[in-house]
Design a protein around this ligand. Structure first.
Ligand code: GLY
Length: 442
């Protein structure tokens, strides 16, 4: 009976806890969480609440509970060196060291790595520490993307057309970013359709999992501010309706080359998840960014479909033997819809902003799966926080059925909440297909 340490408190970690709990090895889960996620707690033998920067508390909890290995869900503990601290006491992790997690935590590191090792997929880009040269480079680009160099929770990227209109406005934003002390990456903007390719990696072998498309905008029709992700879908054939088979192969090849480059550059094996945010464009597949973890919500699309024992998958990642394991996923479609406080993503003076402290009731979600995210379980019930509250997932043979199951599940959450109705609909998917067809001139 292995004892496994799970770090993280979101819906992604709830899905991870469920995948671990399904193992035939009958593992015992020990959860270290920032806040008490009732779903994770219900699957855990023991819970410790604490900060992801408290390495002493995490390692102490691991030693006390004779942990075989840790699974690190979010980027913050990776950035804080939790895998390094556990490794120093001989506890391996599924989740890279602080240095390797730069794949996500330093956008300049990854852009420079891809460029240095001549890996395809990069846009035209430059990294700036001072404003000199920024204006000239902005004027060279047809479309502009600005990225502060660090963790931004998916909300720090500024895109021309969404966040600013002209190169002059971009220049003012660049000055602000640099004044805040961050380095700045200025990139060429791509036009295309985005997809998430979450790969498992033992340092040498890279294994792809079913493709997923996330929806970052807060409102239906891809309107409103960017969020951490309002929901996502995947298809039974593990592809996406707007992609060609070559697109997946290209994303996988880029990721394989990046894993090899990480080893060549750092001398260390990357053990964990390499989640590539890619975009299919008229010139093929391009790399938007990597994350050093599963996606949230995307983890909820793929982990429930995993047929291979997840504890075995983790052991092979740690042992460096992923090439010897057949990893299989059920051929089902999935739709994940995030239930969020009505005020989520809106300015703090918006009338709906107060919804983030409200109590909610969770009724019967029918055939849907429910994954708790940022909720606060108090003695008198369940409360919303400022962030995404509950992921509801429908799984079925077809996308239409999966969406229906997710919709029915969402309706069981009562309170001042909202969600995106359009995720997984034919109309939205057709819009994506038509868009890519148009720019690829297929
Ligand atoms: N789905 C976006 C993220 O996990 O960063």
């Amino acid at each position: 009976m292995p004892n496994i340490l799970l770090i993280g408190n979101g819906a992604r970690e709830h899905a991870l806890a469920e995948a671990i709990a399904r193992s035939e090895q009958k593992p015992r889960i020990f959860s270290f969480m920032k806040t008490n996620n009732p779903g994770i707690a219900s699957l855990s033998a023991k819970v410790l609440l604490g900060r992801y920067a408290d390495l002493e508390a995490i390692t102490g909890f691991a030693v006390e509970n004779k942990i075989e290995f840790a699974v690190i869900g979010p980027e913050d503990p990776l950035n804080n060196g939790v895998a390094d601290a556990l490794s120093r006491i001989n506890i391996p992790s599924v989740g890279p060291t602080q240095s390797l997690a730069r794949l996500e935590t330093s956008k300049s590191f990854t852009r420079n790595l891809v460029s240095k090792y001549h890996i395809p997929g990069n846009p035209r880009f430059r990294v700036f520490k001072v404003i000199d040269g920024v204006e000239a480079f902005l004027n060279e680009l047809e479309g502009i993307v600005l990225k502060p160099d660090g963790l931004t929770g998916g909300k720090g990227v500024l895109v021309q057309g969404d966040h600013f209109a002209t190169p002059q406005e971009a220049l003012n934003l660049c000055k602000q970013i640099l004044a805040e002390g961050s380095s700045l990456i200025v990139e060429e903007k791509f036009d295309g359709e985005e997809f998430s390719l979450q790969c498992l990696c033992d340092g040498k072998t890279v294994v792809g999992t079913p493709l997923v498309q996330d929806h970052k905008r807060r409102f239906d029709g891809d309107k409103g501010p960017n969020t951490g992700g309002m929901g996502s879908y995947s298809l039974a054939d593990h592809s996406l309706p707007f992609l060609k088979p070559q697109d997946l192969l290209d994303g996988l090849e880029i990721t394989r080359q990046v894993a090899a480059a990480l080893l060549a550059e750092t001398g260390s094996l990357y053990k964990g998840v390499m989640y590539g945010g890619f975009i299919a464009t008229k010139d093929g597949v391009k790399l938007l960014e990597y994350n050093a973890r599963f996606g949230d919500p995307e983890a909820m699309n793929i982990l429930p479909l995993l047929k291979t024992d997840f504890v075995e998958v983790c052991r092979h990642i740690i042992a460096g033997t992923l090439d010897q394991l057949k990893i299989e996923f059920e051929h089902k479609a999935t739709v994940c819809k995030y239930v969020v406080p009505k005020g989520y993503g809106l300015p703090s003076d918006h009338p709906d902003a107060a919804s983030s402290k409200a109590k909610i009731e969770v009724g019967h979600v029918g055939k849907a799966r429910l994954y708790y995210s940022s909720v606060d379980q108090k003695e008198d019930g369940l409360y919303l926080s400022a962030s995404r509250a509950i992921g509801i997932v429908g799984i079925a043979d077809t996308l239409a059925e999966a969406r229906k199951i997710a919709e029915e599940g969402v309706k069981a959450i009562k309170g001042p909440v909202a969600y995106r109705e359009d995720i997984g609909t034919d109309a939205l998917i057709q819009k994506r297909v038509d868009h890519l067809k148009k720019i690829r001139k297929d």
